[in-house]
Design a protein around this ligand. Structure first.
Ligand SMILES: [Cu+2]
Length: 121
């Protein structure tokens, strides 16, 4: 076993430690998966409410609220993300550059504040 193998071994261990520490520090008690960059749904808002993306849009919706929520984009009929509390849902889509409105379709949720803007460009 040469020096190269030792260096790789140390690097792997360091990487693992950093990964574990970042997972612990990023965990605020939820049990489900927590995808970085996810749009978080709670009662009654999306966070962030403004999302920027290239034309290849990867959307992840995570429900950190207490009730069911969903997410659709105006003018995009084929995508409908649905999440029970603690769940994540995701979709990849190709959009023309522009500004889109996304919102929760549960009655009264949009009016209560569950909407946002997706800027594609
Ligand atoms: Cu909702």
């Amino acid at each position: 076993m040469g020096t190269g193998a030792i260096v790789i071994g140390v690097a792997l261990i360091l990487g693992l430690v950093i990964l574990l520490v970042s997972r612990w520090s990023g965990d605020d008690g939820g049990s489900g998966p927590k995808t970085e960059g996810a749009i978080v749904a709670t009662e009654f808002r999306f966070t962030p409410a403004r999302v920027e993306s290239g034309t290849e849009v990867e959307l992840v919706l995570r429900n950190e609220g207490a009730i069911y929520h969903d997410l659709v984009i105006e003018g995009v009929d084929y995508m409908h993300l649905k999440v029970l509390p603690g769940e994540e849902d995701q979709a990849g889509l190709l959009l023309e550059p522009g500004r889109y409105v996304f919102y929760c379709t549960i009655p009264d949720h949009r009016d209560a504040g569950m909407f946002g803007e997706l800027v594609v460009g």
